[in-house]
Design a protein. Structure first.
Length: 155
């Protein structure tokens, strides 16, 4: 499917796509072509945004699971919950009740771990710093993963 400038505008981006060097009103590209487009204004964050709006539901869910697995944790209940999400939404091998049970186990384990880890002020400061550092570091890796997934889908 070709994605036009008008289609992108309909999703209310932060800036008009024609502000990107080489993009005109008549530009139409596939999602993979947009992901590979080299322009300073079209950042990796923009590419992830574009993917989240125009990727298929399966592609977006698969990517979300990949992102979740990229977060390192030693909490078994959390990794089990990521597996449950994949099994429910992608593989369709578990029930909604099993997914819910995995959610509550992960929620309880994460809450307990966070509570023990630090007092509330230190926890918030560390979380904020880590989240932004991971966010900035992950963008390039995320775009590469999207490109890889889209290439595999075309095979």
């Amino acid at each position: 499917m070709k994605i036009s400038v008008a289609m992108i505008r309909s999703k209310k981006p932060c800036y008009d796509p024609t502000e990107i060097k080489g993009i005109t009103e008549d530009t139409e590209m596939t999602l993979l072509e947009w992901m590979k487009h080299k322009a300073k204004k079209l950042t990796n964050a923009d590419k992830v945004w574009l993917f989240s709006r125009f990727g298929t539901e399966l592609q977006c869910r698969t990517f979300a699971i990949w992102c979740a697995r990229s977060c390192k944790t030693k909490i078994k209940e959390i990794t089990d919950y990521i597996d449950a999400i994949e099994n429910y939404y992608i593989k369709k091998t578990i029930t909604e009740e099993q997914l819910s049970a995995a959610y509550w186990a992960a929620d309880s384990a994460a809450y307990s771990a966070a509570y023990r880890a630090a007092d509330s002020a230190a926890y918030r400061a560390a979380e904020w710093a880590a989240e932004w550092a991971a966010y900035r570091a992950a963008k390039t890796k995320q775009v590469k993963q999207i490109i890889t997934m889209l290439k595999e889908a075309l095979k």
